[in-house]
Design a protein around this ligand. Structure first.
Ligand code: SF4
Ligand code: SF4
Ligand code: SF4
Length: 294
């Protein structure tokens, strides 16, 4: 913790960064995001198993780039990032939403986070995204902090559920998702929490023509959730923030994880892992197999 605070203070004092995005503890086992511009406030920063938010979402949504414009010169933004959050930053760079030189990544070694605030951290309360995690150390960072850690060993419930769904017939699977999507209240919290859902104007907000019903009813709910899953296909970095944000407990990771597994199996591609690799869609080749679409 001390090394994080010291680094953030130095970065702000010597104007390497205009602001640091990080976490502050608001009560035991609960944190919230904070934007620090005053070096003295670096004392507030924390990093622990309750730093659940993926702060990369703010790199595009909150337009905080404006914060980095000081005296006519553009400074970097510092961001405290878990390895999975760094995947989102990499994906945003891959998709030309951000330049590598725009951010100073304070990468944190990570042994996992809790499913939710207030829970005693342990194997039973590990966030589902942490079970299959293969990157406890940042793949990219400007500075890496913290001791290297292991995640508690538990079974991958999401993968088990995906495999169970795959054993269902098409009709059963359709019925399963229809029932889940019927619960959707169209609050769009999943979209707001997703670092890769950055369109200035989402297809759901377009009214001429209206592609997707805005009211929460069965037909529009299905379109919304399926369209979103397709838009994230091969792009989702698996941070699980959409599912965590969903007030109706819709198992969105079942769709997103399945799409990620498909991209991995078919194209050996996982989003947000390499600055040298183009996006999956950006690397389309006419010789690519169309087996998936037959
Ligand atoms: S997915 Fe990996 S990097 Fe992300 S919080 Fe879990 S253990 Fe940490
Ligand atoms: S779709 Fe969900 S899991 Fe994937 S990047 Fe967006 S918020 Fe994260
Ligand atoms: S967060 Fe859940 S309820 Fe809200 S729009 Fe997304 S899927 Fe629907």
């Amino acid at each position: 913790m001390e090394e994080l605070r010291k680094l953030a203070k130095e970065l702000l004092e010597n104007k390497t960064v205009a602001a640091v995005l990080g976490y502050v503890e608001i009560e035991p086992k609960r944190t919230k995001p904070i934007v620090i511009t005053n070096p003295e406030d670096a004392e507030k920063l924390v990093f622990n198993e309750y730093c659940l938010n993926n702060l990369a979402v703010y790199l595009t949504k909150a337009r905080i780039k404006n914060l980095a414009k000081q005296n006519g010169s553009v400074l970097k933004l510092g961001i405290v990032a878990k390895p999975c959050d760094i995947h989102a930053i990499i994906a945003l760079i891959q998709e030309s939403q951000l330049k590598r030189e725009d951010v100073y990544i304070i990468g944190m070694n990570c042994g996992g986070v809790a499913k939710d605030f207030g829970l005693e951290y342990g194997a039973d309360t590990l966030a589902s995204k942490c079970v299959p995690c293969e990157t406890h150390k940042p793949l990219y960072s400007d500075t890496t902090l913290g001791a290297e850690k292991e995640t508690p060993k538990v079974s991958d419930e999401v993968l088990d559920k995906i495999r169970a769904l795959e054993k269902m017939t098409y009709v059963e699977r359709f019925a399963y998702f229809k029932k889940e999507f019927d619960k959707c209240i169209k609050c769009y919290a999943c979209r707001a929490a997703c670092p890769l859902c950055y369109c200035q104007r989402c297809i759901t907000d377009k009214t001429i023509p209206r592609w997707i019903e805005s009211s929460p009813h069965s037909r529009g709910n299905f379109s919304w959730n399926v369209v979103r899953a397709f838009h994230l296909s091969g792009r989702c970095i698996g941070c699980g923030e959409c599912e965590r944000a969903c007030p109706m407990d819709i198992p969105l990771s079942l769709l997103n994880r399945r799409m990620t597994e498909t991209a991995k199996e078919a194209f050996a591609y996982v989003s947000g892992r390499s600055l040298e690799t183009p996006t999956l869609v950006g690397s389309f080749d006419v010789k690519d197999s169309d087996e998936l679409f037959m």
